[in-house]
Design a binder for this molecule. Structure first.
Ligand code: HMG
Ligand code: MG
Length: 315
């Protein structure tokens, strides 16, 4: 057993994909176990060493809202001491200008704002309405851009909302295009509670295309609650999207959406892309070893099927 699948390319799919690793942020923001800052720093460094091109490191949100990431400044200072300028390339979440100030103080170059496609989640996650969330983002994005920073824009609840149910595709396109108009570079469409299915993914990417937003401005961010994340990636690839968010070991969730389970596992995505002959630059064995180590730190097995298959001793 080689630890890698046989490669059988499928015509018509992109030749290369960027994996945007969110484990240290989306993964750890939801952990009940307190993870020491040094362990988080080692996690980020091991993910970079495994070849992940982008590793979202933490969030500069209110520490009372997400106590798991209250050590964001300490983590980024430690990573800067260890990695030098490379640490400044690690993206962090900032909901508002206060978060941006904290990122600027540390010389960081990449931030991400996070919007909600629904009224209820805007209130629960951001303490704003669907409309007033943009009053928080507008100065944050424009000041970040003035500083020469790169700004990503997440949209949550793109495929369904636990309080509101179905979310109209046009509502998601409206929120996404408002973020793009404010100056975000890439839009990451979040299936926060993991209810997306393949046809819905194609429809949403198609609706953005119809609104003048090409697939190369989009990333897809799947949670794997119903086991559909890889099928949804396949639909995204067919629609031309080439950036996928994933979390090492399948860690993750959102503390303000209880039905959100783990993200699509980075290892499951790497296995899938490798089998299709799609380039990604990630060393599967190194990510699996990192997640097996992190499972030990967290005291429970990884939810990733690929991690469990390749490290039977930790399952
Ligand atoms: P608020 O209470 O409305 O904040 O929270 P405020 O603007 O009224 O300020 C109140 C106090 O908080 C002030 O302090 C501010 O300085 C301080 P005071 O004057 O009272 O002493 N404050 C801050 N302190 C540190 N860092 C900050 C900050 N901002 C204000 N950034 C706020 C509004 C947005 C801050 C709050 O709702 C919040 O922090 N929310 C974060 C929730 C969160 O992190 N959720 C998880 C991430 S999103 C996600 O996981 C989804 C995603 O993965 C995609 C998907 O799956 O869909 C991205
Ligand atoms: Mg998420």
């Amino acid at each position: 057993m080689s630890g890698l699948p046989m490669v059988v390319p499928e015509p018509g799919l992109p030749g290369r994909v960027t994996i945007y690793e969110v484990g240290p942020r989306d993964g750890l923001q939801n952990e009940k176990t307190a993870v020491p800052t040094a362990t988080k720093a080692a996690f980020v460094q091991r993910l970079l060493a495994a070849g992940l091109p982008v590793v979202e490191a933490t969030s500069f949100v209110h520490p009372r809202w997400v106590p798991q990431l209250a050590d964001a400044a300490e983590l980024m200072s430690g990573l800067t001491a260890a990695l030098g300028d490379a640490a400044r390339e690690l993206p962090v979440l900032v909901p508002n200008e206060r978060g941006l100030d904290r990122a600027i103080e540390l010389g960081l170059r990449h931030v991400a704002v996070f919007a909600s496609a629904t009224e209820t989640f805007a209130e629960k996650n951001l303490n704003r309405t669907l409309d007033t969330q943009f009053e928080m983002f507008a100065p944050t994005i424009s000041r970040a851009r003035e500083q020469g920073m790169d700004v990503r824009g997440y949209v949550s609840m793109c495929f369904g909302d636990p309080w509101e149910g179905a979310v109209p595709v046009e509502q998601v396109v409206t929120v996404g295009t408002r973020l793009l108009d404010l100056g975000v570079g890439q839009l990451s469409l979040g299936d926060t509670i993991g209810v997306a299915t393949a046809g819905h993914v194609r429809e949403l990417v198609g609706a953005f295309a119809a609104a003048g937003v090409p697939a190369d401005r989009l990333a897809l961010h799947f949670h794997d609650t119903y086991g559909q994340a890889l099928t949804n990636v396949h639909a995204g690839l067919q629609a031309g999207v080439t950036t996928y968010d994933a979390s090492a070991g399948g860690l993750g969730g959102c503390p303000y959406a209880e039905s959100a389970t783990g993200n699509l596992a980075t290892e499951d995505l790497v296995w899938f892309l490798t089998g299709l002959g799609i380039e990604h630059g990630v060393d599967l064995g190194a990510v699996v070893a990192t997640s097996a180590w992190m499972a030990g730190e967290l005291g429970r097995p990884s939810p990733s099927a690929v991690v469990r298959a390749l490290t039977p001793s930790v399952s």
